[in-house]
Write a protein that binds this ligand. Sequence first.
Ligand SMILES: Nc1nc2c(ncn2[C@@H]2O[C@H](COP(=O)(O)OP(=O)(O)OP(=O)(O)O)[C@@H](O)[C@H]2O)c(=O)[nH]1
Ligand SMILES: [Mg+2]
Length: 330
Amino acid sequence: MQFVDEVVIYVKGGDGGRGCVAFRREKYIPKGGPCGGDGGRGGNVYLIGDESLNTLYHLRKPYRFVAERGRHGEGKKKTGRSGKDLYIKVPPGTLCFDSKSGELIGEVLNKDDKLLVARGGRGGRGNARFASPTNQAPEYAEEGEPGEEREIRLELKLLADVGLLGIPNAGKSTLLSRISAAHPKIADYPFTTLHPVVGVVEYRNRTFVVADLPGLIEGASEGAGLGLRFLRHVERCKILLHLVDLAQDPDKIVKDIEIIEKELVNYNEELLSRDRILVGTKIDYPIAKGNISLLYELAKAKNIEAVAISSHTKENLEFLMTTLYIKIWR
Ligand SMILES: Nc1nc2c(ncn2[C@@H]2O[C@H](COP(=O)(O)OP(=O)(O)OP(=O)(O)O)[C@@H](O)[C@H]2O)c(=O)[nH]1
Ligand SMILES: [Mg+2]
């Protein structure tokens, strides 16, 4: 199933019911007073957090969500029934924006969190409300208020135990395909991965979720390449695996690491202090083997852990899994 992390949908609160114009008609009372009831309120539209979902895939069509309208008022001062509220299920971690203005309406972070996205219209007042000493038989009532309508953009921030980060071609998707049953596309050109891919890793009777994120390039935090859209997922990953291709010149290795760090800081400074492991990849290449000590030196200077792996020969993958296992389940 494709992972969908951004959708635009149309939402509209129910219209309010019309107020009623009516007069009492009873035996022996020839001219009764006004008794038109108010219209009911239209239903509201809410987003609600549902833990069984982890993508916005179910909302990918150009959907319209319109809540039920309020019933019209009736005679004998009977208020119309309110329209039912409408709940749209979204995975926890969904941000909601007004798609025109870009304004953040709110976020649904936890299970059962409710966010009002379109308010139902008020019901119109019936003529009973308009009776006054000067007009004891008002012949009018109000229309119901229309429900609020707008287009909203939903963005999902992935919730994963581990996020794979690195410049294009670092080997992120290859690693995911080795440690989980996921089949991300792998190729020797940049930007092979265009959408995050999530894999579930099973290790020693436990499972954890690993997110393969599209490659980052210099300026991603300002929108270059696939840009910011994917950096937001990093925010909700507990552990970051920062992959760097060791089968290249030392200068390039240093530069590749810096690019990612710079983008992380630019996006959100707190991310640099997130639990991060530097993972050198492709050590099946002889030239990469020679760069392993450099990897450890760089990691030591940054005060973070490092592991050198090959997804092709599986060298050190077991060690990497154990390291993750301990961090997640300690
Ligand atoms: N020799 C060798 N090649 C590898 C290894 N891991 C990945 N590769 C190759 O490196 C290239 C890029 O791998 P991907 O896994 O697609 O890289 P990515 O980081 O997901 O790239 P983007 O999705 O573009 O960001 C592919 O040709 C892989 O076969 C490895 O351990 N050894
Ligand atoms: Mg990839």
